[in-house]
Every structure is written in structure tokens, then in C-alpha cells.
Design a protein. Structure first.
Length: 94
């Protein structure tokens, strides 16, 4: 299991998800501006920003992911926010 950042963003996505495809530029923005891990549930080459393969769904099950895209925010090692909509990197940084 990959280490979840103590402080940062964790995103779950998959190529099969049209919304995930549409927000790929926002994911790239997040990766550049915040400590971010991106897990992909179906295609290890998507998104093209260095996603971690979660086709086994091990991380998804461990973090109770029910839909994609899902964005989790961690502070001091604890989940402090969860959303199923990606608005912008600025919103997640708040």
C-alpha cells in the first residue's frame, strides 16, 4: 500500500470516467501546486501525471472510495475533507 501523505491531497480517478478525463488539466495543476497522490482504478497510464496503479482497488477499499473522481484532503495524517467534484486547485488548497 502506498503511503498517504500526512498533509496533502489524494485523488482517485479512472479513464472510464468522463468527468475524470475532463478534469485531467486540473489534476496536473494540483500535482504541481500541492503534495498530491493520484490513484487510477482502471488504466495505469491515466492520468498522464504519474498516477499510482490501484487496479486491485486496495487503496480504494482502504479509504472507502465509492465514486470517481474522489478527492481527499489530509492534514496531520487525518482526512479532513472529501469531495466527489473537482472544482479547482485553489478551492482544495483552502
Amino acid at each position: 500500500m502506498s503511503a498517504i501523505p500526512r498533509d496533502g491531497i489524494v485523488i482517485f480517478a479512472k479513464r472510464e470516467c468522463e468527468t475524470c478525463q475532463m478534469v485531467e488539466p486540473v489534476l496536473a495543476q494540483l500535482v504541481r501546486s500541492l503534495p498530491t497522490l493520484v490513484f487510477t482504478q482502471d488504466d495505469p497510464s491515466f492520468p498522464t501525471i504519474g498516477a499510482i496503479d490501484d487496479t486491485s482497488l486496495e487503496q480504494s477499499f482502504a479509504l472507502d472510495i465509492e465514486a470517481v473522481p474522489t478527492v481527499l484532503r489530509f492534514e496531520d495524517g487525518k482526512e479532513v475533507a472529501r469531495t466527489h467534484t473537482i472544482v479547482s486547485g485553489n478551492e482544495l488548497a483552502k
